[in-house]
Design a binder for this molecule. Sequence first.
Ligand code: FES
Ligand code: FE2
Length: 435
Amino acid sequence: MGNIEELKGMIDFKNGHIDRRIFWEDWIYQLELEKLFAKSWLFVAHESQVKNTGDFITTYMGQDNVIVTRHKDGAIHVFTNSCTHRGNRICFADRGTARQFTCNYHGWAFGTNGDLLGMHEEDHYKGHIDKSKNGLQNARVETYKGLVFACFDDEAPRLEEFLGDFRWYLDIILDQTEEGTEFLGGSIRNMYNANWKFGAENFIGDSLHVGWTHASGAKAVSMGHEVPEYMPVDPSSFHANANGHGWEGGIDGVGTLELVSSGNPRLVQYFEEQRQSMAKRLGDLRARKIYGSVISATVFPNFSFLPGINTMRTWLPKGPRQFELRAWTMVNKNMPDDIREIVQNACAMTFSPSGIFEMDDGENWENSTIANEGFVTRKQHLHYGLRVGTSRRDDPELPGNISRPMYSDVNQLAFYQRWIDFLTAESWDDIPKVR
Ligand code: FES
Ligand SMILES: [Fe+2]
């Protein structure tokens, strides 16, 4: 068992060096569950997944299975999926509609707000239980423009503060239209024998793997075009990070749209028509230059997305050496059916179990997790030093800490700075409000 002082020494932010043990040590993983996943705001659902009274989905916060429901008062509730009698799971479905959740073991029944409603042969319990004190554990719930986040820590700041300057970037995908967004039905799942942080840090800023890891897949999906043709090394492309969240991307406005619409120009055409109304909401920079470029992003700690391809995904930890990926496709509510279909197909073709890019990444993350554990290997630090120290919080147009171009380790280091902030903090006072 290690300790906090040892952990603090594992990341050298000045030189960009990281200790390989953070990817597989059990005691570090246990600290992540306690000090990160039980304290942080975590993405749990899109509002469209729990639209009507009784609608629910099940997911994870850390390794805690939770039920996300729409209660009859209209509020969204998130509570633990484990009976307060003997702990049995009370809901086995991924999603559905329910009036209550009744445990299989002894028939205790819970409402869609987690309250204990009653039990089989309740007479036996008269005078032996206060039902109001034996409900399921509710998390705090807040939404940001359709995305539902939950947090198990009463002391945590509000979601808005947690997201901070990153809201400006989230709005690029969430606030294109008055009607907002929705998730298409169903999710895609993969199990990886890898540490969850590899997914998060890859999406937060790993431009450099694209032209190499995904070289053959990119050619296949773009009718033979090389990666640099839609992802040029543009000096104005950037890494932006705020409070551990990060966005990397270009400003040509077309890279991703051209990639996903290869062979079908309708998607690019559609967004060109939309740009004017988008610009009224988001301004020219975001609507015309940023949206549509090659971009990837992560909301700290484990929620990532690709604007344009529109995969929205969580890296759910299952131990230091395993995680489950759950991914959904997001569309604007007012998108015509043919555009929805193009987005859905592009998403499945690129980022799904049979997608041409998904498996490229997984293999690398699994082997990185395993290889980092070697007894001799583990003693040599990893290099995260590309353009280290170059990000600044004074850009006239872009909020957050900015570094150019997008080929750097700046966002990854900002992610690990926040990670170490959480893991080493004794209370919220120790975690900077703005990073
Ligand atoms: S464990 Fe749920 S009713 Fe007994
Ligand atoms: Fe990738």
